[in-house]
Ligand binder design. Structure first.
Ligand code: SAJ
Length: 439
């Protein structure tokens, strides 16, 4: 299961996997005394990576009384946060960052500081050959290593291939002379929050915490219990890494099933939305919704970490990725067929973001589709994205104007303002509704 850059001991891991969190707690109760690292008043926390996960985490910890040092490689991001402002869109994040900064509990810099707890929340992208790139985890671990002291806890939160916490983070700290589990604790705790609901889910969701050894699990459990209202479940680091990957892969496989059904139903002249709505009335069926493809930086990426780790066995996971990656091309071909039936096609493209009610364009199938429509020069494109003021490649048009002028309406994102569109505005237009908004 280990990737080229990652190693781990199978025996230790198997043994750890058998320990429940209760067993771990009992064992430690007999062990030596150590300082509590429960999140709360006065605890110093250094959060590396101030993006969609790091910044909300840093600001929540700041409002819980922790003294938080945020670290980011971008000086612009650091300046923005120190001014009490934010560089990403997320409901209420601006308020909580401002509150933490004004209280003096959140400061940002481009270099780490000494702290009691270090949280690494840096990107873990895939390379063009679909192999995971954990180089930013390694850089972050190397950046904090000179600041880590005896008794500190280091947590990796980035979605990572199995083995990364031990094989990258703990290895770097071991190389720096630390004895893991004795003077420094290292654990994995994946973020599980949904963009658009991050601040609520950071507190309410259950968390899984996996140490590279029992002592690390115990220390990390205690840290999260200081600010998480959901249950914090303890395991070993490799299991926790696989839990995170399996959650997003489960969703990807389910969406791929819905996307495959949508193509089958389309050819058969059946409404896939009606099929799913009725099928989901079965007590043990819960099919997700088809769409133009799967975007975002998580579900479209993380399943490849499992495939890269075991290509021989991860067949369904790979197939799901391929089905979801193919869906935008199916939509593009559909638009082309419709455009050929119209004199002077004018195509209103509703939405660019990767999902509803966010401004995030990362891996967005809508962007891929609109780019390709432009490249194929199928007609005039009227692009609508209510969450953006500007896009470098497309001139943005207001919803009403786009729909009024178009003869083809292509729904790519189910944003709230689109749902409020009057049905009669679509009369006599060709509707390609990839989100089932008007069906
Ligand atoms: N999508 C569909 N049909 C659906 C649901 C989603 O086509 O029925 C599409 C969306 O339009 C979007 C993509 O899937 O393009 C992903 O959106 P999402 O809302 O399913 O998930 P993310 O990527 O915003 O967040 C996921 C969440 N994982 C799970 O729900 C298992 C979140 O909890 C994770 O924390 C996040 O990934 C992450 O950071 O890993």
């Amino acid at each position: 299961m280990a990737t080229a850059t990652v190693t781990g001991s199978a025996t230790t891991n198997a043994a750890q996997a058998e320990l429940s969190s209760t067993q771990i707690r009992k064992r430690s109760a007999l062990g030596e005394r150590r300082r509590s690292l429960r999140a709360g008043d006065g605890l110093r926390v250094c959060v590396v990576g101030l993006g969609y996960i790091g910044l909300p985490t840093a600001s929540i910890l700041g409002t819980k009384g922790c003294r938080v040092f945020g670290v980011d490689v971008s000086p612009q991001v650091v300046d923005t946060i120190n001014a009490g402002r934010i560089h990403i869109e997320e409901p209420d994040l601006d308020l909580i960052v401002k509150a933490a900064v004004q209280a003096g509990n959140l400061t940002a810099a481009t270099v780490p500081s000494e702290a009691d707890v270090f949280v690494l929340a840096v990107p873990t992208p895939i390379q063009p050959d679909k192999q995971p790139d954990v180089s930013m985890v390694e850089s972050a671990a190397r950046a904090i290593a000179p600041y880590v002291r005896k008794g500190n806890l280091v947590i990796l939160e980035s979605t990572s291939p199995v083995g990364t916490t031990d094989g990258v983070v703990a290895r770097v700290l071991r190389e720096a002379g630390h004895v893991i589990g004795e003077d420094v604790y290292v654990a994995y705790c994946p973020e599980r929050v949904l963009p658009g609901r991050i601040l609520t889910e950071l507190i309410e969701n259950d968390r899984v915490v996996g140490g590279v050894d029992d002592a690390s699990t115990e220390v990390a459990l205690e840290f999260y219990q200081g600010f998480v209202r959901g249950e914090v479940v303890g395991t070993d680091s490799r299991t926790a890494e696989m839990v995170k990957l399996s959650e997003n892969s489960y969703r990807d496989v389910n969406i791929a099933y819905a996307n495959e059904l949508s193509m089958v139903c389309d050819r058969a002249g059946i409404s896939v939305w009606e099929v799913i709505r009725i099928a989901n009335r079965h007590p043990r069926v819960k099919i997700l919704q088809p769409g133009p493809g799967v975007g975002g930086h998580c579900i479209a990426v993380d399943p490849w970490f499992i495939v890269a780790g075991d290509p021989q066995n991860a067949k369904v996971i790979r197939a799901a990725r391929e089905v979801n990656d193919r869906k935008p091309h199916w939509v593009i071909d559909k638009v082309e067929q419709c455009a050929r039936r119209v004199v002077d096609p004018v195509i209103a493209c509703l939405g660019l973001s990767f999902k509803a009610d966010v401004d995030d364009l990362r891996e967005s199938p809508a962007v891929e589709i609109v780019h390709e429509l432009k490249r194929r020069n199928l007609g005039e494109l009227l692009v609508v994205e209510p969450h953006l003021l500007f896009h470098p490649d497309f001139e943005l048009v207001k919803l009403e104007e786009a729909v009024r002028r178009a003869n083809i309406v292509l729904v790519l994102v189910d944003h709230k303002p689109f749902k409020r569109l009057r049905r009669d505005a679509l009369n006599e237009k060709i509707l390609i509704d990839t989100r089932g908004l008007f069906l």
